[in-house]
Design a protein around this ligand. Structure first.
Ligand SMILES: Nc1nc2c(ncn2[C@@H]2O[C@H](COP(=O)(O)OP(=O)(O)O)[C@@H](O)[C@H]2O)c(=O)[nH]1
Ligand SMILES: [Mg+2]
Length: 194
């Protein structure tokens, strides 16, 4: 275990830009896993054991092993190159935490929306929220084991994404694939900058 004071916990002196990035997605889409895979600091999870009450409300059918649910945010940090640091904020998936959601997207440069390919429709509300608030986003299919492989063009159409909105696939458990998705998002955001 490295110490909390080890140098890699600090932002490099070469960093000139920081950006707040939101990791969004429905309940169980893989947000907590994604932030845990890429963060270079131990990710902060605000989780609470799922109570009987919330287990009746949340859809646990597809993730029966999921014993906790994020009620607050997941927080992580990642250097991209020498000059840029991303601060990652994973949003709560459930609509009943919408007040937290709106707080979280304030000041965000952009959002990465994780989508479970077994439930494409679950992200519509989130895409709508981001659009209402003018937060640019990319969409990333979290390819769960055994989930259907839809062609990306079909998903792009099914989600009614704008032509320029990037869409890609990741495995939220694999750092390299999550990094590729984050790089795609930052490149997209850089192209949008005036
Ligand atoms: N097979 C597989 N399981 C995943 C993947 N991403 C997340 N999971 C599992 O799916 C469940 C939900 O993931 P979690 O990150 O908690 O979702 P969140 O609600 O969006 O934060 C957890 O049990 C994860 O271990 C993935 O890419 N592949
Ligand atoms: Mg979570």
């Amino acid at each position: 275990m490295d110490s909390v004071l080890s140098p890699d916990r600090f932002v490099a002196p070469t960093v000139t830009e920081t950006a707040k990035i939101v990791i969004a997605g429905a309940f169980g889409a893989g947000k907590t896993t994604f932030v845990g895979s890429v963060s270079e600091v131990p990710p902060v999870h605000m989780e609470e054991a799922i109570t009987r009450a919330s287990a009746m409300v949340d859809d646990l059918a597809r993730t029966p092993n999921k014993a906790t649910t994020t009620v607050g945010v997941d927080f992580g940090r990642i250097h991209l190159g020498d000059a840029l640091v991303l601060y990652l904020f994973g949003t709560p998936g459930q609509v009943r935490f919408r007040f937290l959601w709106e707080e979280l997207i304030t000041g965000a440069l952009g959002a990465l929306v994780l989508v479970d390919p077994r439930d494409l429709d679950s992200c519509h509300e989130i895409l709508g929220l981001l659009e209402e608030n003018g937060v640019p986003y990319t969409v990333v299919i979290n390819q769960f084991d055994g989930a259907p492989h839809h062609p990306l063009e079909e998903i792009h159409e099914a989600l009614a994404l704008e032509g320029h909105t990037p869409l890609t696939v990741c495995d939220a458990r694999e750092r390299a694939s999550c990094m590729r998705a984050l790089i795609q998002l930052t490149e997209y955001l850089a192209r949008l900058e005036p």
